[in-house]
Design a protein around this ligand. Structure first.
Ligand code: SF4
Length: 223
């Protein structure tokens, strides 16, 4: 983040409406850092903005930061992120060519003793944070938006849809942007049965390979 663009967290954060429209992703991240659009900022360590090249053609959207991301301030660096890295590599997608973000930018959790257990963001929180996701997307102008899981689908489309209904097909969003839905990598980590795990892994890789093919086609079209 450039120093001049960094906004220090104020004791009483300004309402989002008072911000000037951010003209860069780093300026947007600084605005997100003082966001109070929903209550999730109150208990999280820090905001976790999106990360990646500002001209990335692919936008990967997850659900929300986890415990590791909340502490580090970076998206997809915990167990789900590590699994995503492996899956992207196997599928032939370079993660550092993608912009990676979350539908909700602050970690939602409940305390169990000293442990902070992930809690799914509700529709109101996803819709409040969509304000930032829309601005990330407007600045980035990706050609392909990939939603990882149901929360990301709601963030990307503004409505709830089951992953199983949208999964697998690249669809046109009607604004020159295409869209692909798949599962969130954390859903694979939760599976206990070995054959379920193998099947879920194969399905996830098959979806991610569609991104690789899209990137190849996109690069040819831009040549
Ligand atoms: S989760 Fe999103 S909308 Fe809620 S406070 Fe954080 S940045 Fe703002």
């Amino acid at each position: 983040m450039e120093k001049s663009e960094f906004v220090l967290r104020a004791k009483s954060p300004p309402a989002v409406g008072l911000f000037a429209e951010a003209t860069s992703l780093s300026a947007l991240a600084a605005q997100e850092a003082v966001c109070t659009r929903c209550p999730l900022y109150k208990n999280a360590t820090q905001v976790v903005p999106g990360e990646g090249p500002p001209r990335a053609r692919v936008l990967l959207i997850g659900e929300q930061p986890g415990d590791v991301e909340d502490v580090s301030g970076r998206p997809f660096v915990g167990p789900s992120g590590k699994l995503l890295d492996i899956a992207l590599e196997r599928a032939g997608v370079a993660r550092d060519k993608c912009f990676v973000t979350n539908a909700v930018k602050h970690f939602k959790f409940e305390l169990r003793g000293k442990r902070r257990l992930h809690k799914k963001p509700d529709a109101g929180e996803i819709d409040a944070c969509r304000w930032w996701l829309d601005r990330e997307r407007a600045l980035l102008r990706p050609g392909l938006v990939v939603a990882l899981g149901a929360t990301a689908i709601r963030g990307a489309l503004g409505r709830s849809e089951a992953v199983s209904r949208l999964r697998g097909d690249i669809i046109d969003l009607g604004d020159g942007v295409q869209f692909l839905a798949t599962v969130h990598p954390s859903s694979l980590l939760r599976l206990k049965d070995e054959s379920d795990k193998r099947e879920a892994w194969r399905g996830f890789l098959a979806d991610l390979r569609k991104i690789a093919r899209w990137i190849e086609k996109d690069a040819r079209a831009l040549d």
